[in-house]
Design a protein around this ligand. Structure first.
Ligand SMILES: Nc1ncnc2c1ncn2[C@@H]1O[C@H](COP(=O)(O)OP(=O)(O)OP(=O)(O)O)[C@@H](O)[C@H]1O
Length: 295
C-alpha cells in the first residue's frame, strides 16, 4: 500500500512544555485514520508539524513521500485541512468562502458544492460570522471535500456535530475513500471515530501509546461494570476474582472487564445485587488500561 503520511521520531518541544515525543505514524492510501487523545495530548502539535505551521525539534515527516518542510507547497496543493473552528472570513457568505477557497485551488465544482450543502443541510447565503459553530463546521467540511484532494486532515473538525450530521459525515467520508482519498482525523471522542475509522493511534502526554485496528481496540477494551450490592461485601473477595481496576464510588464498585464478561457477572450476581450498570469503556478507561498494562 502506498504510504501517504509517515513520521519518524517526530518530536516537538516547546521549551519547558512537552509537545510531542518520538511520534511514529504510518498512514496508507485509502485509509480513514483516527488520531485520538485527550486535551493537551499532542494531536494539534502533530498536525501543525505535518502542515509545516510549526517546525519539529527533531525527527522527520513526509506526506505523499515528500518532506513536510521542504515540499510543503507541493504537499498543500494536494490536501485539504480543517481546523477545529473556522473563525476567519466572518464577512464572507458561505458561498463566497467556498468560491474563495476554490479560486486558491483553481478548482470550484459547483455541482459538488450543491450536492454537499444539500446533504449537510446548510444554506450558503449567510455570512460566516452569522453561522453557529456547527454550521461553520459544515461549510468547512464542504470546503474540504469539494476540491477532490488526495488527503484530508481534520483537527477535531467533527466535535460537536449533532448525530444526524455525524452520520452524513461518516457516509461522505466512506464514499470519498472509495475514490482513493485518504483521511486523517483527530478527535478526543472515541465514539466519533470508531464508526468511521479503520485504524487509530492513541496519543497521551505527547507519545503514541497504541496504534491499532479499531476492531482490535474495541475487542480489547471491554466493558465497565458498576455494581451496588444489597449487603456488605468484603472488598478482598472481589479482588480475589482478579477484576481489573476495582474502585468504589457512592456505594458502587466499578471495574473493567475484558474478554468474556459472563464469568465475572456470575461471580458478582452470586451476591445479592441492588443495582448494576454495564457499558463500554470510554476512551479514558482504555487509556487507564494501557497504563495498567505498562504500555
Ligand atoms: N504554542 C505553544 N507553546 C507552548 N506549549 C504548547 C504550545 N502549543 C501546545 N503546547 C503544549 O503542547 C502540548 C500538546 O498540545 P496540543 O495542542 O498539541 O494538544 P491536543 O492534543 O491538540 O489538545 P486539544 O485536544 O486540547 O486540542 C500541551 O501540553 C500544550 O500545553
Amino acid at each position: 500500500m502506498e504510504t501517504i503520511i509517515e513520521t519518524k521520531n517526530l518530536t516537538k518541544s516547546y521549551g519547558k512544555n512537552r509537545g510531542i515525543i518520538n511520534v511514529n505514524l504510518k498512514v496508507g492510501r485509502g485509509e480513514i485514520f483516527g488520531f485520538l487523545g485527550p486535551n493537551g495530548a499532542g494531536k494539534s502539535t502533530t498536525i501543525r508539524t505535518l502542515l509545516d505551521f510549526i517546525r519539529p525539534t527533531s525527527g522527520s515527516a513526509t506526506i505523499f513521500g515528500m518532506d513536510c518542510q521542504q515540499d510543503t507547497v507541493a504537499i498543500k496543493n494536494r490536501l485539504s485541512y480543517i481546523p477545529g473552528d473556522v473563525s476567519l472570513y466572518g464577512n464572507m457568505t458561505g458561498k463566497r468562502f467556498l468560491e474563495y477557497f476554490g479560486s486558491i485551488r483553481g478548482r470550484y465544482d459547483e455541482d459538488k458544492v450543491r450536492d454537499l450543502s444539500a446533504r449537510f443541510d446548510i444554506g450558503l447565503d449567510r455570512k460566516m460570522k452569522e453561522y453557529s459553530k456547527g454550521m461553520r463546521q459544515k461549510v468547512a467540511l464542504i470546503q474540504a471535500f469539494m476540491n477532490d484532494p488526495d488527503l484530508i486532515i481534520m483537527d477535531e473538525a467533527t466535535s460537536g456535530l449533532d448525530p444526524l450530521v455525524q452520520q452524513t459525515f461518516n457516509d461522505v467520508v466512506k464514499e470519498e475513500v472509495r475514490d482513493g482519498k485518504t483521511i486523517f482525523m483527530s478527535s478526543h471522542i472515541l465514539s466519533e471515530v470508531e464508526k468511521v475509522c479503520e485504524r487509530v493511534a492513541i496519543i497521551r502526554e505527547g507519545s503514541i501509546v497504541a496504534e491499532e485496528n479499531v476492531e482490535d481496540l474495541r475487542r480489547k477494551s471491554g466493558k465497565v461494570i458498576e455494581v451496588k450490592f444489597a449487603d456488605r461485601v468484603e472488598e478482598e473477595s472481589l479482588k480475589a476474582l482478579g477484576i481489573g481496576n476495582l474502585s468504589r464510588h457512592n456505594g458502587y464498585y466499578r471495574m473493567t472487564v475484558t474478554g468474556n464478561i459472563q464469568e465475572t457477572l456470575q461471580e458478582l450476581t452470586a451476591r445479592k445485587v441492588a443495582d448494576i450498570n454495564i457499558h463500554p469503556m470510554t476512551l479514558e478507561d482504555i487509556f487507564m488500561q494501557y497504563y495498567a498494562g505498562g504500555k
